[in-house]
Design a binder for this molecule. Sequence first.
Ligand SMILES: Cc1ncc(COP(=O)(O)O)c(C=O)c1O
Length: 393
Amino acid sequence: MKYDFDEYVDRSGGDGIKWERADAVFGGDDLIPLWVADMDFRGPQPVVDALKRRAEQGIYGYTWRPDSLFEAICGWLERRHRWKIDKEWICWSPGVIPALIACVETFTQPGDRILIQPPVYPPFFKVVKEHGRELVQSPLRYANGRYEIDFDDFADKLKQSGAKLFILCNPHNPVGRVWTRSELERLEAICAEHGTIIVSDEIHADLVYEPNRHIPFAALSERAASRTVVCLAPSKTFNMAGLQAAYIVIPDKALRESFNKAIVDAHHSSSNVFAVTASRSAYSEGDEWLDQCLAYIRANIDYARSFLAEHVPEIMPADPEGTYLLWLDCRGLGLGAEELKKFMIREAKVALNEGISFGEEGTGFMRMNTACRRATLEEALRRIAGAVRARRA
Ligand SMILES: Cc1ncc(COP(=O)(O)O)c(C=O)c1O
């Protein structure tokens, strides 16, 4: 079936954060919301149909996870990522963030150190700091519009700090890198040398543009599998974050049992009835939708990049290898962090995520969500260009 991603879908209804809450959260008026990381598109039709059928039953009682769900996930990982897993490796969590918290609490003690690579998804800072652990930061290196891992710094920081845990973001939010096999292997070797456990947040794994390929960290080698927790979910892939379903792949039995205990102790192990139906349907019948969706988003990204190059050269976008997030280097506008935020809200009237919220390395940057109709993106870019023109004058 051919999907129409230009279709206008009215998201009003009171409960969609991205559109309904933008003005209130940003303190603006009639903002175009390109912030929260969900899409403005309807999901795959088989998912919508399956949910309708399930809803029709009218009974939404306590729910378990049938074999068919495990099979759908295993099939997906093998088909899309060439990763053959044992279904026993799959654990559950209502979201990736609760899973990160479970890992922090299970695999480290208060006062232990945990390493992250800013600029990075803001909750990575919080799950460490709010649980009494110490943050160790090995910032990504930015050169010529591209982010790289500073391996010497990474190795030094791990050695000096004795960090017990490393939280990796792959593909990386916000910079859009899809780490290559050789980059991942180098990280893995350093972690193995220092006995560090890897929690690999791969929630954006399915949103990768050719010729890049996502490599699940635990698929690198047996050694990697023995010390890695891989966090995955259908939420970003199929636009179903509101269903609160994540799954966590842990090949090592001892790590898996400890993780599961934390999830059960936190009463996070039960499932949302609609999440089971939607996930199973998406992972068995969602390929066609996803392929078309990725092509649409990639075209949006290309459009935004060429628009900015032509009309707003002060803003330099990254060229993402994955994710629908466009990381904008706005330092050419010459504004401080607070001024930049106000400029986007008051003058351009767009709601973007502030770069500084991803760590101080994000100062002067903004994150734009391109998973929207082309018409919405065009209007947002026109507004930004108009506001910059007015400033220049
Ligand atoms: C890297 C990353 N991890 C986790 C999440 C959120 O996960 P969840 O909603 O499953 O807790 C996001 C959402 O944007 C994300 O970008």
